[in-house]
Design a binder for this molecule. Structure first.
Ligand SMILES: NC(=O)c1ccc[n+]([C@@H]2O[C@H](COP(=O)([O-])OP(=O)(O)OC[C@H]3O[C@@H](n4cnc5c(N)ncnc54)[C@H](OP(=O)(O)O)[C@@H]3O)[C@@H](O)[C@H]2O)c1
Length: 238
């Protein structure tokens, strides 16, 4: 179902985004537009995908930088003629008591997790409206719907991202644009203070579990939209 679709993924070089790329590369002729800050990892990924016969454009920059986002979406449309799927996945975490956050840390969390989602969505929506179809997937978090001690800033960004997504869904549905939000629990990636593969993460979700869920959402037939999908490791209370 994803054959010859153009898919723009933010945060594509690591964790959930990287696993989603691995899942999608098993499909024939997917056109990839991949975003992250690290140009080295993006180049490696591009070479890898091109060896598999996929078309792939890479964009190194910050999802919260407006000129970067505008030019990225323009270049994707020029190169591939459409944007079928946007996955707003790039995100960072920072945890601790409120008095430990500097304003800069607070703002960086909101810039990456909320402003990045806003900017990429805003830029793709006019193209998707013109096409009369499109799919925007948000990688939110189970803490878009609940909070935990030490998570004030991060939870606030994920609640905001979810609220934005819910309102956007109402705005764009009549134009044939789907908005799906994924809410993962704990996932073993570099996102956390401990390294990926840390023994304390042993029973957590793997990045590919979340990628499989996103893939399932993307493969829904045209008349079906999966608005929300939450997944947890069995050991995590919710
Ligand atoms: N891991 C979890 O337990 C968990 C649970 C629920 C939800 N989530 C959400 O899942 C999403 C992906 O997280 P992950 O666990 O896969 O994290 P990860 O392994 O740390 O990967 C994050 C990706 O985002 C990119 N990125 C970060 N800041 C960026 C920025 N300002 N501009 C562009 N790219 C940026 C990173 O590449 P560069 O560093 O090169 O930019 C990397 O490719 C996030 O939105 C996170 O909130 C994670």
């Amino acid at each position: 179902m994803l054959k010859e679709k153009t898919i723009l993924i933010t945060g594509a070089t690591k964790g959930i985004g990287r696993s989603l790329v691995s899942k999608l590369e098993t499909q024939p002729n997917v056109r990839f537009a991949l975003v992250a800050r690290s140009s080295e990892l993006l180049s490696e990924l591009q070479e890898h995908l091109q060896r598999q016969g996929h078309e792939c454009e890479i964009f190194a920059g910050d999802v919260a930088a407006e000129p970067f986002v505008i030019s990225t979406v323009q270049r994707v449309v020029e190169r591939f003629g459409s944007i079928d799927i946007l996955v707003n996945n790039a995100g960072i975490g920072r945890f601790g008591e409120v008095e430990g956050y500097s304003l800069g840390e607070w703002q960086q969390l909101f810039d990456t997790n909320v402003t990045g989602t806003f900017l990429f969505s805003r830029e793709v929506v006019p193209h998707m409206k013109q096409q009369g179809r499109g799919h925007i997937v948000m990688v939110a978090s189970d803490v878009s719907k609940r909070v935990f001690e030490g998570g004030s800033a991060y939870c606030a960004t994920k609640f905001a991202q979810d609220a934005f997504s819910m309102a956007l869904r109402k705005e764009v549905r009549r134009f044939g644009i789907k908005v799906s939000t994924i809410f993962p629990g704990l996932v073993d990636t570099e996102f956390h203070a401990e390294p990926e593969g840390d023994p304390t993460h042993q029973k957590w979700l793997r990045a590919h579990d979340v990628a499989d869920a996103i893939f399932y959402v993307l493969c829904a037939p045209p008349h079906v939209v999966i608005d929300e999908l939450m997944l947890h490791p069995m050991i995590q209370e919710y």
